[in-house]
Design a protein. Sequence first.
Length: 456
Amino acid sequence: MSQVPLPISMLDARQGHAVMAHEAGQTMSCEKHSAAGAVSQRACVFCGSRVVLYPISDAVHLVHGPIGCASYTWDIRGSLSSGPQLHRLSFATDMREDEVIHGGEPLLKRALADLIPTHQPNGVFVYGTCLAGLIGDDIEAICREATAAYGIPVIPVEAPGFGGTKKTGYKVACEALGRLVGQGDTSGIAKASINILGDFNLAGETWDLRRLYEAMGIEVVATITGDGRIGDIQRAHGAALNVVQCSGSMTSLARDMESRFGIPFKQVSYVGMEDTAEALYTVAKHFGGGDYLTRAQEIVVRECASVMPELKRLRKELQGKTAAIYTGGAFKAISLVRSLRALGMRPVLAGSQTGGGDDYEALRSICDDDTLVVDDLTAGELAAFCRRGGVDLLIGGVKERPIALKLGIAFCDHNHERKHALAAFSGMLSFAREVHASLTSPVWDLHRLPMPGGQS
């Protein structure tokens, strides 16, 4: 079958990263490195590992590398903690020229000797960066010595940025978490118990999910990693089920726990009311339905009733608007298609930075035939697609915001830097309010006024 012409031209090496949803037999190109001449938007391995582990709030997060690596990832998520705030401090060994020549191991040992007695953490994650990887520092050995010396887990996170992409960093983070799982006491854990994997407690979203599950009578053993604690992760193998939201970042850990401890996992999403309700029903059915399913249904009815009146009002003003979705993970893009349709809007572009082949097949299956499905776009490609597609709203993250503003397109931040909750039922209402406020802002009328010289 011949490929349907795209609204813009792309480099030959980029062909296949954007296809129309209805193109039967056209396979999405994904999970590849950036092509020369078209720098795409994926971050490095270190960044991927850091964003996954960062929300564990009773651990010291020590970056073994130049200070810039720590600066770039400081407070990288809007992750809240109900207790310790160690995760919000940024520690680095600040490797320099001397370490390049003579090695950075003594510097790392001194940093651990200073940080652990001072902050009394329940664990330490030591991130190996590009520089540490290039000079060959034995981070594994130093962490092993520190674990024995200080009596707490000191976990190496071998994540030199040149080792792959951000998605590679997710796997590295899961391997680090796997070192903790299985080390704690599981006595007293209920039979109907779960771990929440892949939610990072942005603006307190994990707390809302915990509330919903506990109202069903389900015990939440560990939240990995939002509002996470070392001790909870160590006993996570005592849960009966892993509930995985961010499949890209946490499926590796879920599979490891299934292999080692026999814990099954279910993939869910908490973006939008439809997917949140399905997540609750999926967990309830796993534990035999019965009272769990009855409670889940009561929760869904109650939660929907509290938000539907305002959602219906907002829908009247959003009906017929078009949107482009470009997120970090593909699961979120899939859920956002459903959420936008619930608001009467039509997605004309949908994609992600880190999706896999199965993710994009699922995304294409729920999109309209004329929706453009994309993978790991460059900034220029995304801007061109939005301009040619007549997009009213762009949903993305901090890197996409300037694109929207320059094009005069309304914007909604749905990435991990945000400070407002968009998950579950109340999050759907917050999402609708933000979309409505952005689309109806009078600033867009001013943006289109003619400039001196006749340009608009």
